[in-house]
Design a protein around this ligand. Structure first.
Ligand SMILES: [Zn+2]
Length: 259
């Protein structure tokens, strides 16, 4: 029996894969990572991803968003164009959007990030598309916004506690985990994997970043998803076949929420 895998967060339309794109995709086929959500952070990237989704809508899902740090350079003209791109029927998810206080220390800019986050959640609601949320060193503010402006979506690269994960799943949000679950010091991630209701669990690479052990430190790619799924299976005391099947069904259910 072949085991099939899902990568719910892959920046494969970024510069990092320019030189070996075809080989990288071939490796996803060999590894049976046959569902990939392409996260795009510019209108150019989105247009490229849309072409893949048109050719193979089962394999590729497209997410488009404005990353929190990009709020500093955001113009009205760009936002206008982003709203057009986000409305395309091939764009299924709005993301990644959210808050990043790790890179941003200025309280004024952090406030702008919160404003942009809310604005994109409201756009997602208008378009009836779920959100993919980035949150770094900003868990409480992220949660408060996602509770007040409650919508459907997922938490990407979840780095909070198991208690926090439970609060998010109570609101119906999915929890995606990647490379860090394979890291030795990743106590939080391991606890989240073992404690949450399996129906909210998703796998992701966040490639080109966050490569899992044994590829840690290298460029990450979707073909490494099996390492992450294997670790999740081990932590939960189930087979990799079982966990991969649960995640595949979760992904189908998540996508059913898309317009
Ligand atoms: Zn990302």
């Amino acid at each position: 029996m072949t085991v099939h895998f899902v990568d719910t967060h892959a920046h494969i339309c970024s510069e990092s894969f320019r030189d070996d794109f075809e080989e990288m995709i071939r490796r996803t086929e060999e590894a049976h990572v046959d569902r990939i959500m392409i996260i795009t952070l510019s209108n150019e990237e989105t247009k490229r991803a849309v072409e893949f989704a048109q050719r193979d809508p089962y394999k590729y899902t497209v997410a488009a968003g404005i990353f929190p740090e990009d709020v500093k350079d955001l113009t009205d003209a760009y936002y206008e164009e982003f709203m057009q791109t986000a409305s395309m029927k091939e764009v299924s998810v709005i993301g990644e959007i959210g808050l990043d206080y790790y890179w941003e220390k200025d309280p004024g800019v952090r406030a702008l990030q919160r404003e942009l986050f809310v604005r994109q959640i409201e756009l997602a609601r208008k378009l009836n598309k779920p959100i993919a949320v980035h949150s770094r060193d900003a868990m409480q503010d992220t949660f408060d916004i996602m509770k007040e402006h409650h919508w459907k979506g997922l938490m990407h690269c979840f780095a909070g506690s198991k208690e926090m994960a439970a609060e998010f799943t109570k609101l119906g949000y999915y929890i995606a985990l990647g490379g860090p679950v394979t890291f030795k010091n990743a106590r939080h991630s391991a606890e989240v994997v073992t404690s949450i209701d399996e129906k909210y669990l998703l796998t992701e690479t966040d490639c080109p970043y966050m490569a899992p052990v044994p590829k840690r430190g290298k460029r990450n790619e979707p073909a490494y998803i099996p390492y992450i799924a294997a670790k999740m299976a081990e932590l939960r005391g189930v087979s990799i076949e079982y966990i991969a099947d649960v995640i595949l069904r979760n992904w189908d259910r998540f996508l059913e929420q898309c317009a």
